[in-house]
Design a protein around this ligand. Structure first.
Ligand code: 26W
Length: 809
């Protein structure tokens, strides 16, 4: 395989510029250069991909198919160059050709085909599956618009379309020859012929699914996998047969529907609405995917009887749950298998990961919508449901359990129960979360089939989230651990623990953090006009805006600090900067109010001379993968403050930890496991535990009592009502916390209950920061023990325990 040198890269880039844009390097625009880079790297990856595929087929290896409605890929140029081992050469080639390498990397838009944690997890796992040399393919929709771009106008979120494909499509390789047809609506007719039942799907609307492949290079391997993104096309530009029969509207309707299917990513995170377009998106990508997997399997093996031995379908939450009835349809209707065998193979092929326990995020589809849009899938789902219900009745003889575990019930189709019934494994994403699934959310199912329930604690791509984005820390780690072992064996980070008493090492850590903070401050100034003081504590909460994540708790504490400063201008000696980044789902009014509040508070503090060089609040507009990459290396405090029991895992927490930030957090999600590794002495824990949260709710929680008892808290809350210098009042938020509103109980997420404990933990943070040796030592321990949170470890667990596929060790 050809290995690039700076020189050969320059030649290759010049050739691409000439062939594709008719330009020399001197004439080329940065965007054109970025595309030339993509084309160059794609050539290498394409060759390797063909070779990987050839081997997989020849040796009939078992393959993993990772289905997700979301892949939050971010940028690819630096990542691919890094994994291919040519990042330094590419940088140099770009500089030699008269470009600033950083500008070329910066011009690439994020491929933001996801909302948050679940989508980014899928992207990290693609990297690890490839690096571990597992034959794997990711499948999703080629959304024309990714997650919206956020602008803050007068303190409020405004959503703008994210047209990522102009430049982003540079990574996509359309494969029209592998298109599939997906059928919606219409009627199902059954007839018997020769003792065989035949199913005819009539008058269906047919949408064409065209795959666009994005190649995924692994690190330190020639193995290349693919992310297959399905684009939706109308089968014919205009259906002339319908047209000539005078059914103009229907003809136009089909075209319009086909085009809307892949138009836009749903921006709701942890909240479902039974929208017909969303159901169509799910079936569209599931059906296209399963048809192509089944066809390829038949090509290589000539039979479907061993399908489950050669394929495993991992579904990322319930969003692709329709794989279960769709596989049954392909086996029964198309391949003529009987029900029992089809069910046996299906249930040995599919595995389901749950990512949330929030009731409003558990998918349920209205039965009338489901049966109208997917008539054949509905018939099959109903039969699955009937048989499952029989099994539950036989096992429990308890109508309450039958109801709870039912798939079709009360006019709805419950997707989580479908996944439990039709899958071989169900896993949560952290120890605590999996325990809550077993003991609470899926308790009855677990009682019946305990072997299905597992845990795989999430992980992140440590090569991207540490090595690539934090080169200073990467160098130090390599120097101290004796080489680049940690890149493929993240547990080698453990060796850093041995330097806990080495003052020069601790000083160097501090220097690195300061340099990263300066870089971030310079970047923030250049791109946003924000002035940051690099000597302040960089205290960061970045994640989707949701009440359970409790950004509002952070705000309340900052208001308390601000009021302390009003009383005593010397109350703060250490400058403290609170950074927020968060997108709110466009329809989530409360979340948008909290964004407004953060901006009102930021403005208030900005204009108060007392706060100068003491207290600052910054809302970072349009938080996204590429911004996270700038921010993580510069962060010092990581806010992970969700109500215990609600955050399934968190993965931002891991990114911060790996970059040496210290966590202030509750015992929730993966924080629990971080705490087991770090002990009380290396993180700042506070708040109720998940069982205490449950107990408090059972016993009747009355936030007003806490308000009445705590003068500090009541003063903070009153400040919300009275509003800020921009004239905006937040009485609505005050009301929500004290009395409840819109059907939700007062202070649903127990901010008031945890307020005191949070303030104390925050004071500990500041006191500890005043002792740099101790702080840096804690930071060192955090980095050293973050190896388990590498995606490589998580993917190896999936491979060993669920997928049963071999992998590189
Ligand atoms: C259909 C609307 C919708 C969209 C996305 C409902 C639910 C989701 C996801 C399940 C929300 C999500 O991203 N969950 C997050 O998944 C991460 C990866 O496992 C976890 O680390 C986070 O704790 C969890 O909130």
């Amino acid at each position: 395989m050809k290995k690039f040198t700076t020189k050969s890269l320059e030649e290759e880039l010049s050739a691409k510029l000439m062939l594709h844009f008719g330009k020399t390097a001197e004439e080329a625009l940065p965007g054109e250069m970025m595309r030339a880079c993509a084309l160059t790297l794609r050539d290498v990856m394409a060759l390797r991909e063909v070779e990987t595929r050839r081997k997989t087929r020849k040796e009939q290896k078992k393959q993993v198919h990772y289905l997700s409605l979301e892949f939050l890929m971010g940028r690819s140029l630096m990542k691919n160059a890094y994994n291919l081992g040519i990042l330094p050469q590419l940088r140099q080639a770009l500089e030699n050709m008269g470009f600033k390498a950083a500008d070329i990397f910066e011009i690439e838009p994020d491929a933001a085909l996801g909302n948050g944690g679940l989508g980014r997890l899928a992207a990290c796992y693609l990297d690890s599956m490839t690096t571990l040399e597992i034959p794997a393919t990711g499948y999703s929709i080629c959304y024309e618009l990714g997650i919206f771009k956020q602008k803050i106008v007068e303190g409020q979120q405004v959503e703008l379309p994210d047209n990522w494909k102009d430049l982003g499509a540079a990574w996509l390789l359309p494969k029209p020859a592998e298109a599939q047809e997906v059928r919606f609506g219409g009627k199902v007719r059954e007839f018997w012929d020769n003792g065989h039942l035949h199913i005819i799907h009539e008058d269906a609307t047919v949408v064409q699914a065209v795959p666009c492949d994005m190649e995924i290079a692994g690190y330190g391997t020639e193995h290349v996998n693919v992310l297959r993104l399905w684009d939706a096309r109308s089968t014919k530009p205009v259906d002339m047969s319908l047209f000539s029969r005078g059914e103009y509207l229907k003809a136009a309707e089909e075209e319009a529907m086909a085009e809307t299917i892949a138009k836009v990513l749903y921006p709701e995170d942890n909240h479902v609405e039974g929208k017909s377009l969303r159901l169509k998106q799910q079936y569209f990508f599931v059906s296209a995917t399963m048809q192509s997997i089944v066809a390829k399997h038949l090509e290589t093996c000539g039979t479907l009887h061993n399908f489950h031995e050669k394929n495993v379908i991992q579904i990322n939450d319930t969003h692709p749950a329709l794989v279960i009835p769709e596989l049954m349809r392909l086996f029964i209707d198309d391949a003529g298998m009987d029900w029992d065998e089809a069910w046996r193979i299906t249930t040995q092929s599919v595995a389901y990961t749950n990512h949330t326990v929030l009731a409003e995020a558990l998918e349920r589809w209205p039965q009338d919508l489901f049966s109208r849009v997917l008539p054949r899938i509905w018939q099959i789902t109903l039969e699955i449901s009937r048989r499952w219900q029989e099994k539950v009745e036989d096992f429990y003889h308890d109508p309450r359990k039958t109801e709870k575990m039912a798939i079709v019930w009360g006019g709805e189709v419950r997707m989580a129960n479908l996944c439990i019934a039709g899958g071989m494994a169900v896993n949560g994403v952290s120890g605590l979360h999996s325990e809550i699934l077993r003991k609470d959310v899926f308790r009855d199912a677990c009682g019946m089939e305990p072997w299905k329930f597992r845990n795989v604690t999430n992980g992140i791509d440590h090569r991207r989230w540490l090595s690539e984005i934090n080169p200073r820390l990467d160098s130090l780690i390599k120097e101290l651990t004796g080489g680049d072992e940690y890149l493929l064996h993240p547990q080698a980070l453990k060796k850093l623990d041995a330097f806990a008493d080495d003052r020069t090492v601790l000083d160097r850590l501090a220097e690195i953090k300061l340099a990263n903070k300066r870089d971030f401050a310079a970047h923030a100034k250049k791109t946003r006009g924000v002035i940051l003081n690099p000597d302040a504590i960089f205290d960061v909460q970045v994640k989707r805006l949701h009440e359970y994540k409790r950004q509002l708790l952070n705000v309340l504490h900052i208001i308390a600090l601000y009021q302390r400063l009003q009383d005593d201008p010397n109350a703060i000696t250490q400058p403290h900067t609170f950074l927020f980044g968060a997108k709110a789902a466009p329809g989530y009014a409360v979340a948008k109010r909290i964004i407004h509040l953060i901006n009102s508070l930021a403005d208030q503090i900005d204009h108060d001379p007392i706060c100068k060089d003491k207290l600052q609040v910054v809302f970072l507009e349009n938080y996204r993968v590429s911004l996270a990459e700038q921010l993580m290396p510069a962060s010092e405090v990581s806010q992970q403050i969700s109500t215990a029991g609600k955050e399934a895992s968190g993965t931002g927490n891991m990114k911060f930890m790996m970059n040496g930030a210290l966590t202030i957090g509750t015992l929730d999600g993966a924080n629990v496991e971080m705490h087991q590794l770090l002990g009380d002495e290396n993180m700042f824990l506070f708040g109720l535990h998940s069982d205490e949260v449950e107990q408090m709710k059972r016993e009747g929680y009355v936030p007003q009592r806490i308000y009445n008892r705590s003068p500090v808290l009541s003063r903070c809350l009153d400040a919300l009502r009275n509003g800020f210098r921009d004239g905006v009042r937040y009485d609505d938020l005050y009301q929500r916390l004290l009395f409840g509103a819109g059907g939700s109980p007062a202070d649903e997420y127990l901010l008031l209950a945890d307020f005191d404990s949070y303030c104390q933990a925050s004071d500990r943070v500041v006191r500890t920061y005043a002792d740099p040796v101790q702080w840096n030592r804690m930071s060192l321990h955090n980095i050293a023990r973050s190896g388990v949170f590498a995606a490589d470890r998580a993917v190896a667990e999936y491979a060993d325990n669920i997928w049963r596929v071999p992998h590189r060790k």
